[in-house]
Design a binder for this molecule. Structure first.
Ligand SMILES: Nc1ncnc2c1ncn2[C@@H]1O[C@H](COP(=O)(O)OP(=O)(O)OP(=O)(O)O)[C@@H](O)[C@H]1O
Length: 791
């Protein structure tokens, strides 16, 4: 995708990248290198020539354009002018190093080099030129050719500050530092390059040995002993001393001798290899140079929808004191009729229901109150009484009574809440408000899939819109993509406006929103392929989930050349699941179950809504993989049990009144209301902005029927072909998922194997939702078939 950047903030980067690619081009490098080399040779000879002719040529330079005037420089007027500029007005003799540096740079480019390597040479080269120029300035008495104007002037300037001695010291210090840094010179190395003391000693020792021998010969050993005995006498003491010192001397000489022999065998110590270490790795460097990878850059100017697109509803909850009193009295009365005494009662007024928390008198059994649910509801003459006995973690009994005048919870109020705005969740969803009027925000990424059920007209579609709206307000188009399945064909149509921003679709399809059952099957299978591909990416990146993967990608630790890319979350929304299951059955259920089981780590999340939460729609396998459930009002206790594993949803009052469970507690919520015109405004707002060239492309899935009557070359057969044939023949069941399970294969490979088995006549053609027929009855027949195949 072509990257166009329009923001002023980011416009520097592409320009830099363009330049970079221009200079990275080999043709540019070759021509540039050649040019620099030719120019450096030109400069070099003009410099050399200038040294011989500068005095004559200098006077002519002011009349550069005059045809009458000629210069002696080998490279003409330009040569003379350039030399004058660099040598006389510049760095003097030291300037000669410039063409050398230029030549090296040119050669480097010519032979495919990078900027980095020559950068070093230039750094040191310029320092050297300055150093020589200043040093010559110091030695020269007047502004002459040697230091050049710059060297001479710099020298005078520095002398004023440092004095002559100071400058000498600084120049010497710089020279030594240079030698130390460049050639890694150390005092030890310098020392070792001179003849060592040992060598000198060796040389002395030879002379010394002769002396020693003569001394030893001239002294009688007896003398030594006797003189030691007569140690009292002074002169003898002297003699003893003499003898002692002689003895010591002998000892020392002896010692020296052994040491000399020891030292005569020199040991060669290899210089310790000092490896160069990088202080930063490539990814750190890339991050330093270009910053972290920003997936939103391609739509850098994208503006999130504003709050004013959402409507204000008059939604302040008015507490009707009379209603509260009346309800309280009726609750107390009703309970008293059943001999249940009440200690205390407390009311929390929510948007649609009021929760009365009751502390019963000591000794009252909670189950008794729960059994009276219907009676209490009757006497309170209100629909939607729900008794929570006890309220988890509180030890009180809750009675939820619907308000006479329910308050609408607007999408605007939940979206604008700080809880939602400041949430750090991956996929935050502001679903509505709790009974204590608190905004309820939950992370879809943690759910990780949501099952929504509710009878018709109870607020499911509004709920789905609330989910999608939340994500649109919080996520950039680069971060999340929706796959929308809408068999009812009307509910999600508005999202067509944001196709190129937020929707994902199969290649070669016109509409991103899927309304057709066969397309649903293809899309679900394509999502399975995407899932497998993402797992492979995660595996090669050695991370466990999409969050870690994207973090690693942003830190530029994953190379896009190895197939790595930023992975947006994919949210699959199915508006009417019952419809799909009825028409496509297992073909839909299998990939859904597979996605639900495995897709959480790789960022594919499912939201499945259904009108009919019956067991043949929400099967065990689906239920087991959808821990998060949202139930709107359903018509029977059985439906409530199917969706929530308990009653409650049948007692809701509709219009967005819902129960939400993320695996443990049930929370009663009033779903946020977002009307169709509001959704339209939001999608128009997004749709009118610059978009990606196309919707997010899901991997191609052509359906199994492609495999029919295909002619597959035997030599191209999968290595596991024979094993796969055996598995299929033994099981007498021609399904790709069987191969996946038994041979631990990915979906694609298993699909290919089935195609090959069909081509070999082992399984029959694709038969819709049924497994393929196996045409070979047993292993023997299989072996016969395969062995007799033309090779
Ligand atoms: N959160 C809500 N707050 C207030 N009113 C709501 C809410 N949700 C739904 N309603 C009311 O209920 C009506 C029906 O809602 P919705 O279209 O979402 O039902 P549904 O469950 O999708 O029905 P169906 O399955 O037939 O499409 C809405 O037009 C609206 O008037």
């Amino acid at each position: 995708m072509a990257k166009k950047k329009t923001s002023t903030k980011t416009s520097k980067k592409p320009r830099f990248q363009k330049l970079k690619s221009f200079f990275g081009n080999r043709q540019t490098q070759t021509i540039l290198g050649l040019f620099v080399m030719v120019f450096s040779i030109f400069l070099f000879f003009s410099f050399i020539s200038y040294f011989f002719n500068w005095q004559q040529d200098q006077s002519q330079l002011s009349n550069f354009a005059d045809k009458q005037i000629t210069v002696k420089n080998l490279l003409g007027k330009i040569g003379a002018t350039l030399s004058h500029f660099f040598i006389y007005n510049g760095f003097g003799v030291a300037a000669t190093y410039l063409p050398i540096l230029l030549f090296l740079s040119g050669l480097h480019f010519f032979l495919k080099g990078t900027f980095k390597k020559i950068k070093n040479a230039w750094g040191w080269g310029i320092l050297g030129i300055l150093w020589f120029s200043i040093s010559f300035g110091f030695l020269a008495h007047k502004n002459s050719l040697f230091p050049g104007v710059i060297g001479y002037e710099l020298n005078i300037y520095l002398q004023q500050f440092l004095g002559k001695t100071g400058l000498i010291l600084v120049l010497l210090f710089l020279l030594i530092s240079y030698l130390v840094i460049r050639f890694k010179l150390t005092p030890e190395k310098v020392k070792s390059s001179f003849p060592s003391k040992k060598e000198i000693k060796n040389f002395d020792a030879e002379n010394f040995e002769i002396k020693e021998e003569t001394t030893l010969n001239s002294i009688d050993k007896n003398d030594v002993t006797s003189s030691l005995e007569l140690s009292l006498d002074k002169p003898e003491i002297r003699l003893t001393k003499n003898n002692n010192s002689l003895k010591n001397e002998l000892d020392i000489q002896q010692k020296n001798k052994t040491e000399e022999t020891k030292e005569a065998i020199e040991i060669d110590v290899d210089t310790i290899l000092e490896e160069n270490h990088v202080t930063e790795n490539l990814s750190d460097k890339l991050v330093k140079d270009y910053g972290e990878f920003d997936p939103t850059l391609e739509l850098g100017n994208y503006k999130y929808p504003t709050l004013n697109l959402l409507r204000d509803y008059n939604e302040s909850i008015s507490v009707d004191q009379e209603e509260l009193e009346a309800n309280k009295n009726r609750i107390v009365e009703t309970l008293n009729n059943y001999n249940i005494g009440i200690d205390r009662i407390k009311a929390t007024v929510g948007p649609t229901v009021t929760l009365y928390e009751i502390v019963p008198e000591a000794g009252i059994r909670i189950s008794k109150i729960k059994n009276l649910e219907d009676d209490i509801a009757l006497s309170l003459s209100a629909m939607g009484i729900r008794i929570i006995a006890p309220i988890p973690g509180k030890g009180t009994i809750g009675i939820e009574v619907p308000n006479k005048k329910p308050t609408m919870v607007s999408m605007k109020s939940v979206i604008s809440s700080t809880k939602f705005q400041n949430s750090e969740m991956e996929l935050p969803i502001a679903l509505g408000k709790t009974i204590s009027n608190e905004t309820f925000v939950i992370d879809l990424a943690k759910m990780p899939h949501l099952l929504m059920a509710g009878a018709t007209g109870q607020g499911k579609s509004v709920g789905l819109n609330a989910v999608l709206t939340s994500l649109l307000y919080k996520k950039h188009p680069a971060e999340v993509k929706f796959v929308l399945v809408d068999p009812k064909k009307v509910e999600l149509t508005l999202f067509n406006h944001i196709e190129r921003h937020y929707l994902a679709k199969l290649p070669d399809t016109d509409e991103a929103i899927i309304t057709d059952t066969t397309k649903v099957i293809n899309t679900l299978n394509s999502l399975c392929i995407e899932m497998d591909a993402r797992y492979d990416l995660l595996k090669s990146a050695m991370v466990r989930n999409i969050k870690e993967y994207n973090a690693k990608f942003k830190a530029r630790k994953l190379n896009p050349e190895n197939g790595h890319k930023f992975l947006p979350y994919i949210v699959l929304v199915i508006d009417e699941f019952a419809d799909l299951i009825m028409t496509a059955g297992k073909e839909v259920e299998t990939p859904i179950a597979r996605l639900a089981q495995l897709a959480r780590a790789i960022g594919i999340h499912l939201i499945v809504a259904t009108q009919r939460p019956s067991v043949n729609v929400i099967t065990g396998i689906i239920k087991a993989n959808f821990p998060a459930r949202a139930a709107f009002r359903v018509t029977s206790k059985i439906d409530s049990r199917t969706i929530l594993d308990g009653p409650g949803a049948d007692q809701l009052i509709g219009k967005g009144d819902m129960l939400f469970s993320a695996g443990n507690d049930l929370i009663r919520l009033q779903c946020a209301f977002v009307d169709t015109p509001e959704v339209e405004k939001i999608t128009d707002f997004i749709g009118s902005q610059r978009a990606y060239p196309d919707a997010y492309m899901l991997p191609e899935y052509s359906g199994e029927e492609i495999g029919t009557s295909i002619d597959i070359d035997i030599s191209e057969r999968d290595a596991l072909f024979r094993d796969a044939a055996l598995v299929i023949v033994h099981a007498q069941q021609g399904s790709a998922s069987l191969l996946q399970r038994k041979l631990k294969l990915g979906y694609n490979r298993a699909g290919r194997l089935i195609d090959q088995l069909e081509a070999a006549g082992i399984v029959g053609p694709f038969e819709g939702s049924k497994a393929r027929q196996v045409l070979i009855p047993d292993e023997m027949a299989l072996n016969q078939l395969l062995d007799n195949e033309p090779k």
